[in-house]
Design a binder for this molecule. Structure first.
Ligand code: ATP
Ligand code: NI
Length: 330
């Protein structure tokens, strides 16, 4: 199989949640790929499946959710086919993740130094006590005072300091991929910029790839090499950041960019009329068609596949050809 990304290649990823309201078809054929050391921005309105995609890649989808189809090839391994034990050797070691609420990802009753040590001990299979010199180094690396922070409990740290700890923990095992899900949106604006700068500096130094999930197109423009735009559980456009901002092809991306907020502002994108569809009963054909200013008949019937229309520029939209080849699957 030809891989589109040497580090990560996600194809046809489907995830559903079985709720009392019905089956939420959260991801319906997500496509995503990354090269080593690359920064990919994953963008789209709230509920489009950004977080579920990252959790599925880490195989952290829990009940009532289920991965139903798709392939995740990471670093030469087919993750959805690994045993839980094999996956444990990947998660938090070759691939780690940081979240919006750093404090809720830390254990409130354990000292910070111990928690970072635990992450290293797991990957190096050594006792936690032996990791402390390395823990100190990591804390210095993320701009914290090791002596003070080692022996602190998470509640003694500010939001920005906690996110620094999470980044340190995430990178402690020298993963090839760090997934950051809205890593700065719970922080003050000035702290946001510092945290992004830190991520930038460390990724450069350590050479790891970063998948950055964000609402903020300003952050994407500054930080990312490539961008994947998602809409209602589908990948709709992929290009280099420059190309995407310069020549957006999908009508949804056009709307997203019109709505570009000031850096740091993360409200809803108001420029696109209508609201995100109910994923229990999503629109037929292209899920964007009810909101699309350029909708055609075919868009209501068939789902456009994500196709390369210019070198390195992919779009799932019938405005760019391939009319009628792919039938909506039931
Ligand atoms: N545990 C769950 N139970 C039921 N539905 C879920 C669950 N987690 C996610 N979903 C649904 O999956 C869809 C995608 O959610 P996801 O959190 O990935 O969106 P998102 O793009 O990350 O949004 P946001 O920008 O708000 O973080 C949504 O419709 C959401 O309601
Ligand atoms: Ni999310």
């Amino acid at each position: 199989m030809e891989l589109r990304g040497k580090l990560l290649d996600v194809s046809g990823l489907k995830v559903s949640f079985y709720t009392y309201r019905g089956v939420i078809k959260a991801l319906d054929g997500v496509e995503l790929w990354m090269d080593s050391g690359e920064r990919l921005g994953v963008v789209g309105e709230t509920g489009c499946g950004k977080s579920v995609t990252s959790l599925a890649v880490m195989r952290l989808i829990e009940q009532p959710g289920e991965i139903q189809a798709g392939k995740v090839i990471f670093n030469g391994k087919s993750l959805l086919e690994l045993s839980e034990e094999e996956m444990n050797g990947v998660r938090g070691i070759e691939m780690s993740m940081i979240f919006q609420e750093p404090r809720s990802s830390l254990n409130p009753v354990m000292k910070v130094g111990y928690q970072i040590g635990e992450a290293i001990a797991k990957s190096k299979k050594m006792p936690i006590k032996k990791t402390y010199p390395e823990v100190r180094e990591i804390l210095k690396l993320v701009g914290l005072d090791p002596e003070r922070v080692m022996n602190s409990y998470p509640h003694e740290l500010s939001g920005g300091m906690s996110q620094r700890v999470m980044i340190g923990m995430g990178l402690a095992t020298h993963p090839k991929l760090l997934i950051a899900d809205e890593p700065t949106s719970a922080l003050d604006v000035t702290i946001q910029a510092q945290i992004l700068e830190l991520l930038d500096e460390l990724a450069r130094k350590m050479g790891n790839a970063v998948m950055l999930i964000t609402h903020d197109m300003g952050v994407v423009a500054e930080f990312c090499d490539k961008v994947m735009v998602m809409y209602a559980g589908n990948s709709v456009e992929y290009a280099s950041t420059f190309e995407l901002f310069e020549r957006p092809l999908h009508p949804y991306t056009g709307g997203l960019l019109l709505a570009v907020p000031r850096v740091g502002r993360t409200d809803e994108l108001k420029a696109i009329k209508g609201t995100v569809p109910d994923l229990v009963d999503p629109p037929s054909g292209c899920r964007f068609h009810p909101r699309c200013p350029r909708v055609m008949e075919i868009c209501k019937e068939n789902r456009p596949p994500l196709l390369q229309v210019e070198p390195g520029h992919f779009v799932a939209c019938y405005l760019y050809g391939n009319k009628g080849e792919v039938k909506e699957n039931a």
